[in-house]
Design a protein around this ligand. Sequence first.
Ligand code: WTA
Length: 684
Amino acid sequence: MSEKEMEVSESQIAVHWQEEDYYYPSEEFIAQANVTDKSIYDRFSLENFPDCFTEYADLLDWDEKWHTILDTSDAPLWKWFVGGKLNVSYNCIDRHLAKNKNKTALHFVPDSEDERIQHITYQELYTRVNEVAAVLRDFCGLKAGDRVTLHLPMTAELPITMLACARLGIIHSVVFGGFSPSACADRAVDSQSRVLFTIDGYYRGGRWIDHKKNADEAYEISRKEGHEIEKILVWERHSGEYKSSSPLKENRDYSMNEVLKNYRRVKVDPVSMPAEAPLFLMYTSGTTGKPKGCQHSTGGYLSYAAGTSKYIQDIHPEDVYWCMADIGWITGHSYIVYGPLSICASSVVYEGIPNYPDAGRCWRIAEELDINIFHTAPTVIRALRKIGPDEPAKYNYNFKHMTTVGEPIEPAVWKWYYETIGKGKAVIVDTWWQTETGGFLCTTLPGISPMKPGSAGPGAPGIHPFVLDEDGKEIMPGEGKAGNICIKNPWPGAFQTVWGNRERYIESYYGQYCKDRNSKDWRDWPYLAGDAAVVASDGYFRILGRIDDVINVSGHRLGTKEIESAALNVQELAEAAVVPVAHEVKGKEPDLYVSLKPGFEASDDLAKRVSEQVCNDIGKIARPRKVWIVPDMPKTRSGKIMRRVLGAISNFGDVGNVMTLANPEIVDEIKKMVQGDDDVTPVT
Ligand code: WTA
C-alpha cells in the first residue's frame, strides 16, 4: 500500500448503504410547482451551455446588459455576464417596492418565546439598509471594492449590514458568530478590513452571550499581525440598551444606535456594479494552511442564487420560507438572504437553537408564521429525531417542501424527515454543494424528479457532474465504484478565485485533472469538488464525504490542519493529528491525538488545555471529542503520521496491516488506551 492510500479520509469511513426506492412528489405539489416541464434539462444541456444560464440572469434587473455570457480568456478564472451592470441591494429590495413594499421581507424570530417576532417589510428593510449604507459611506468613508468584516450572530442586523455593503459595492466578509476572536482576526487581516461590525451580545438557548469582547480581542490579534482595524461598529441587540460588559473604546468603537441618529431616512443610491465585481468573501477550510477566502461575484452569483431559489427551493410570492442555517455560512448567504430576497420571498431569520426551550420549538415557529418551505441540515434532523420524535405530529403546520444540506443524510433519517416532519406530504430536495460553488450542484427538481433517500440526485439544471478515478478515467453510472466527483462545466454561481491567492485556487480545484494549463477551453478544466461519490445507473449521485483533510462536523467544515496547528500552540506538544469520528447526531467529530516533547508528562489538565486552545483559536464547534495523549504517533518509515490507523482506532474499525510502520507496536498501545482492554461493539 502506498503512503497516499494509507492516509485516512472521511470517505473511507463513510456510512455505506443500499440503493433505496424512489419517492414521488405529490400531485398537489406538482400542481403548484415553479418547474414541471422536463424540457428544462434540455434547455440546460451542454449543447446549450453557457447561454442556458441567461434564464437565471433574466430573473434580475440589470442596469446594463452583458455583451459576453461566459469569458474564458483567463481560464480557469471564469467571468460571467461580462459587460453587464447591476446592484444586488437594488435587486433584493428596491425593485420589489412598487408592488410589495408592505410584504414581510424578514421575519426575525428571537431566541426567547417571550420576545415578539419582528416582521420587517420590504419598505422597512429599504429604509434601514439605506441608513446603514449612509454610515458605511459617509461615516466610515468606504467605497466600492473595500472590504468589511461582519462578526455577527443571527439577528436582522446581519442581513441589513450585508445588503448595505452590497448597495455600495463594498465586499463583505461575514465571520460565523460562534467563531473565536482569533478566527475573526485572521479573516480581517487576510481581507484587510478597516471596519469590523459586531454586536453587544445575543441570545442562544436562553443564555445571553456577550459578543463585543470578541471584537476587542480580534482587534488586538490583528494588530499583532500588523493590521489595524480602524473602526468597530457595534450593533445593540436591544436598540438603545448597550448590554455588553466590555466598554466602547473612544475613537475606535461606535454604537450603531448612536451613529445612525445622524443618518435617519438618508437615501443612498445603489451603485451600479460590473457583474464581475466581487460581492463577498466567505472563508472556508481547505486541505492546507489557513482558511481561504472564496470570492463570489455580483452578477453570476446573484443570478444563480435567484434561479435556484425559484426552481429548486420552489419559492412563490405567497410562501413563507425558513432556512435554519446560520448566515455566517454560505447556505445562509445564498438561501436565507440573497436568493430568497432577490425573488421577493419572506425569509425567516432565527436567533436560537432548534431545541430551546423544548423539542417543539421549530414546529411552533412553523405554525405561527405559517411556514411552508423548510430548509435544514441532517445534524439538526438527527437531533430533532432524537429528542422529540413525536413532536411534529402535535403541531398544525403544513410544509410543501423541505431541503437537506451540508452532509450526507442516512436513509433512515431521511425517511423520518419525510414521514414525520414532512407528514408524508412535503417533497425533499437533498442539495449537495459547497461554499465555493455559490449554489446547488446536485439535487432533484422537486416538481419533476423522484426522490431517493440518501442520494443528492442528478446535477442541477446546467450542472454536469461526473465521477473520475485517480487517473482521470470516468467511472460510469452503475459501476458501483467510488471516485472524485467533478463538474464538467463552469456555472455562474461558482466562486471567482481564492482572495489574493490565484495559485491556490487553480491548484486546489483544477490542478488534479487539467491536462493543458494553457487551455482557454472550459472543457479542459473539470472542477474538483473534493468529495467522494458514487453515481448510480439512474444518474443519481450519492456523496460519501471528503477526499481531503476536511472534517464535516454538524455540517460545518473544519480543516484537520487548522485544528492541529491550533493544538500545537500548546508548548508541551510535539505532534498533533486529527481524525474524524462518527457521531450519532453531529455526523462527525474530531478526535485529537497528541504526543509530547521530551520531559513533559501527560495529565488530564494538559489534555484540557489542549482542548481549550482549539476552542480559543477556532471556536467551540471545533472542540475535540477527546484529546488522547499518546507516547508516540504511528508513523511510516519516512516519518509520516498514519492518520488512517488513528482513524480506524477511534472508529473501532480495522487498522489493517501495520507491520510496515516504523513503530507497529505503538498501535496496540494506542488501541488499548482508546478502546480499553475489553472486546467492544463497534460504534460505526
Ligand atoms: C458536504 C455547505 C452530502 C460535502 C453548502 C461538501 C454534503 C461540503 C451535502 C461543503 C449533501 C454539502 N450531501 N454532503 N447534500 N451538502 N455536503 O462548504 O462534503 O460548508 O464538500 O457548504 O459539505 O460544505 P460547505
